[in-house]
Design a protein around this ligand. Structure first.
Ligand code: ADP
Length: 467
């Protein structure tokens, strides 16, 4: 169980909800502010209409002598139909009125109007006031003919209440959206991440020993699908390595069993009763032969183990490939002669940085195989070439060839194409494994192409310089 603070699922979910929360908050604020602005604009237009309607009620029609002065304003008569009409425009919102002369003298105010007449000195337009009694209201101030001013206002309470109702309504919507988005989001995140749990479960099972298990890949194209595919490749490689290791150990002990059994049998026979000198000599020879065979096997296994443990040191020097190749050809010459198979050299002078002893060992091994798995009257070629900073050394023969389905396996340790035949010729199936290991330690590759019954071509590819 992953702790809450470390769980990717919860972290994603947290950021996701935070983002939605902030987004909805911004939207809600914007919406409420817009609603407030709308309501204020509506109130303003109503108050302006009220003011305009009210003007004639306190203001006598202009006399032919000119505009009447504020002094001639009269107190509006509440029974006057025009006045009632004007008050009706302000409606039920407890609207109030105040009329002031140019000199600041209040000539009319409704009872609910704020006490402070100085307020009215504000400029025209919509105003927000906080009256002396702490009575918040909005008002419209308009200039009257004769430089007087008329203030029409209303308390903020009903407007604020309406804004609040809207804010609550929108807030509830936001909450509902937030809740459903969270649920859906959590579901999507859980579903999206569920392959990880599957992958780690499978990986855990495999890591605890069941190397044949594989992770369910799901959709190949997705990131997790790719991860699963990579893990499966890794597990397959691990399984392969492990199987080879098991086979290798079994093969090695099998190879050692035969000479040891032979030594024991021969010694037992000789020791059973006194034998003549000739018989003892034969026994010693058998022991010697088998011991030598075992030494060869142990040396080869030791070499492979050293390379496996990356302990084998390559003694790199700059050498001409011709020298290494010709030396190998010279070593193999007696066998070539015995088999009457000519080894044709087509070697170019090329400088490479390699361990000449080890590379020589590889070429000798390949030439040895090319002669051993050849046919009477056959041929062997030793060639070198170069391209793109890589050096190629090829050993080709006109031998028996290798079946296509075995091509991959001949580099495996102890693998022999034909067990019975090689058992006679003494091959252990370690030669090519060692060759490949040495070439790879040089940063190169060893490959083969072959046609059954026609011949094979082993190809070493090396970088010119090894780091
Ligand atoms: P071995 O000691 O048996 O020769 P190698 O590792 O050198 O072991 O080779 C493994 C097997 O690959 C051999 O047993 C043989 O069957 C096959 N092989 C190797 N070289 C050749 C070749 N030039 N032509 C045909 N088969 C070959």
């Amino acid at each position: 169980v992953i702790p809450f603070g470390k769980s990717i699922r919860w972290q994603i979910f947290l950021y996701y909800t935070l983002l939605i929360g902030v987004g909805l908050g911004v939207l809600l604020t914007g919406h409420v502010l817009a609603k407030k602005r709308d309501l204020e604009a509506l109130a303003q237009s109503r108050m302006s209409a009220g003011a305009v309607a009210f003007l004639p009620a306190i203001f006598p029609p202009p006399s032919p002598r000119g505009l009447s002065r504020p002094e001639s304003w009269h107190r509006p008569d509440p029974d006057n139909p025009r006045f009632r009409e004007a008050m009706a425009v302000l409606g039920r919102d407890e609207g109030f009125l105040m009329a002031v002369t140019e000199a600041g003298k209040v000539i009319y105010r409704t009872d609910n109007a704020p006490q402070d007449a100085r307020l009215i000195e504000q400029s025209e337009g919509l105003q927000q006031f906080e009256s002396v009694k702490g009575f918040p209201f909005i008002a419209v101030v308009i200039n009257t003919p004769g430089n007087g001013r008329l203030l029409v206002g209303m308390p903020r309470t009903s407007l604020d209440a309406e804004v609040w109702v809207e804010a609550r309504r929108a807030g509830l919507w936001c909450l509902a959206i937030f809740a459903s988005a969270s649920v859906v989001g959590f579901w999507i995140i859980t579903k999206g991440l569920s392959p990880i749990a599957r992958i780690s479960g499978a990986a855990e099972r495999i890591a605890s020993g069941d190397l044949s298990g594989r992770v369910e890949v799901g959709s190949e194209g997705s990131e997790l699908g790719q991860l699963a595919a990579v893990l499966n490749q890794t597990f397959a490689r691990l399984e392969d390595v492990l199987q080879r290791q098991v086979r290798f150990t079994a093969d090695a002990s099998h190879e050692l069993r035969t000479p040891v059994a032979s030594i024991i049998a021969d010694c037992q026979f000789s020791l059973k009763r006194p034998r003549d000198a000739e018989r003892y000599r034969e026994t010693i020879e058998v022991c010697h032969e088998n011991a030598q065979f075992m030494r060869g096997l142990i040396e080869r296994l030791g070499l492979l183990a050293k390379f496996d443990a990356a302990e084998a040191q390559l003694e790199l020097t700059d050498v001409n490939v011709v020298d290494v190749a010709e030396h190998a050809r010279a070593v193999i010459a007696p066998l070539a002669e015995e088999k009457q198979i000519p080894v044709t050299s087509e070697v170019k002078a090329l400088m490479v940085r390699v361990d000449p002893l080890r590379l020589g060992q590889v070429i000798i091994n390949l030439l040895n195989n090319a002669l051993r798995y050849n046919r009477p009257g056959g041929q062997v070629w030793l060639r070198t070439s170069e391209a793109d900073g890589r050096v190629f050394i090829e050993v080709a023969d006109t031998g028996i060839g290798i079946p296509a389905d075995k091509l991959d396996r001949i580099f495996d340790r102890f693998y022999r194409v034909d067990e019975s035949r090689e058992a006679k010729s003494g091959g252990l199936g370690l030669g090519l494994a060692i060759c490949r290991t040495i070439v790879e330690a040089h940063g190169g590759t060893l490959g083969v192409t072959s046609e059954l019954g026609k011949g094979s071509c082993f190809r070493i590819e090396l970088p010119r310089t090894v780091g």
